[in-house]
Design a protein around this ligand. Structure first.
Ligand code: FAD
Ligand code: EPU
Length: 338
């Protein structure tokens, strides 16, 4: 197996941070992964799986073995009257996988078009956008235990999906390499246009007959208008989660800030638009050196070129502190910090 040393990670993370990995190896088969894990030379060092690097902030060099997942392949593994079961290798690009499903009229993932990264990371934080989360269509996954060297399967309930959450971010953090994910997709689409901006965009596009292709294109158009393209400006999407607070706390914050943007959530709670909170603290468009807060979407921290991971992290702490001071609301980072 080819293991490179002192590899510059700038091309491997969408923040464009110039950290290094002490050791770096791609793997395209389970056998290659097993060989890497069992090789005595790397046994003592820490190991981490990397996908498309679009939800990670390197605040330091990674002093272990970084394993770049390149497992490919998309296969239909089953079907019944209502559903098609599609299995994709963890190293497949997410958006290309979504496009493959749309082209074959397998419905469900169209609202999740254009999310960067790979299939293998999609269950990590139960990726979501425009009214859909992967948990709505996730069927199961296969993962390799990095220490026990066993193959483990997870069904939907096993993953304990929540808003930007799963067991892989919590209880099993760093323990598994996800090898493949199977989605259960509809033969007859159930269109989801609950997210207001989609309806507006469909009208603007002049769509007369709704289709999964049209929804996908509407989502792509909205995303392109709002979110910075990592090829132009380094970023990892939303840096923080939208916080959920109790009805009581919401009533108090709303009294002090009547314009607050919020959505009713389960159990009488409210989810707040973190982008609004951050904008109200004056951060939108802020720049210090090459670290900044995006000018069109305050929830996205950006690297204009040569910011270090630490500079981005420190800025995120200032943002977090100021939101807490002004609103008494604690933000939580969504991006994985290394
Ligand atoms: P990476 O960044 O490579 O990894 C993320 C984490 O998962 C790391 O901890 C890594 O160790 C682990 N990991 C990755 N692959 C595996 C594997 N196979 N096995 C085990 N662990 C693994 N997210 C959303 O939910 N909704 C959005 O709308 C959205 N929009 C975005 C827009 C932009 C412009 C950007 C840059 C990001 C956005 N994101 C969004 C975040 C990101 O795209 C997703 O979290 C994506 O799933 C990350 O995939 P990745 O392959 O790049 O993961
Ligand atoms: N807003 C502001 N100022 C801003 C940004 C947002 O006031 O600078 C307010 C606006 O009122 C806006 C509302 O916040 O209407 C919501 O903004 P937006 O529709 O852009 O969505 P978001 O809540 O900021 C979430 C996800 C995104 C996902 C979109 C669409 C999180 C943390 N973020 O963003 O996911 O694409 O909804 O569903 O839940 C990601 O996870 O990386 C990500 C980009």
């Amino acid at each position: 197996m080819q293991v490179a040393e002192n590899v510059l990670l700038r091309p491997y993370n969408t923040f464009g941070i110039a950290a290094q990995a002490r050791f770096f190896a791609p793997f395209a088969t389970l056998q290659q992964l097993q060989e890497l894990l069992e090789d005595a030379r790397w046994k003592a060092v820490s190991r981490m799986i990397l996908g498309g690097g679009s939800n990670i902030l390197f605040t330091r060099d990674f002093n272990g073995l970084l394993l770049k997942n390149e497992l490919k392949g998309i296969t239909v593994v089953g079907e019944d009257t209502e559903y098609v079961y599609v299995k994709a290798g963890a190293g497949e690009n997410w958006h290309q996988f979504v496009q493959y499903c749309i082209a074959n009229n397998y419905a469900g993932l169209e609202n999740l078009s254009l999310i960067p990264g790979n299939v293998g990371a999609s269950p990590m934080q139960n990726i979501g956008a425009y009214g859909v989360e992967i948990k709505d269509y996730f069927f199961g996954l296969e993962a390799w235990h990095l220490h026990d060297h066993t193959l483990v399967t997870f069904n939907n309930a096993d993953c304990a999906f929540g808003y930007r959450e799963s067991v892989f971010k919590r209880k099993y953090k760093g323990q598994f390499a996800i090898l493949s994910v199977t989605y259960r997709l509809r033969k007859q689409p159930q269109f989801n246009t609950t997210y207001g901006a989609i309806e507006q965009e469909l009208q603007h596009m002049g769509i007369k007959e709704l289709s999964i292709q049209a929804i996908s294109q509407a989502v792509i158009n909205i995303r392109r208008s709002k979110l910075p393209d990592p090829a132009q400006i380094g970023n990892a999407g939303s840096f923080f989660k939208n916080p959920t607070i109790s009805g009581e706390q919401f009533a108090a914050v709303k009294q002090a800030h009547p314009d607050i943007v919020a959505y009713p959530a389960a159990n009488g709670q409210y989810k707040l638009a973190a982008g609004w909170l951050i904008e109200q603290c004056g951060w939108k468009g802020f720049r210090r050196g090459d670290a900044g807060v995006h000018a069109r979407q305050a929830l996205v921290l950006v690297n204009y070129g040569d910011a270090s991971g630490k500079e981005i992290f420190d800025l995120s702490q200032e943002v977090l502190d100021s939101v807490h001071e002004k609103f008494g609301v604690q933000l939580e980072r969504e991006v994985n910090i290394v």
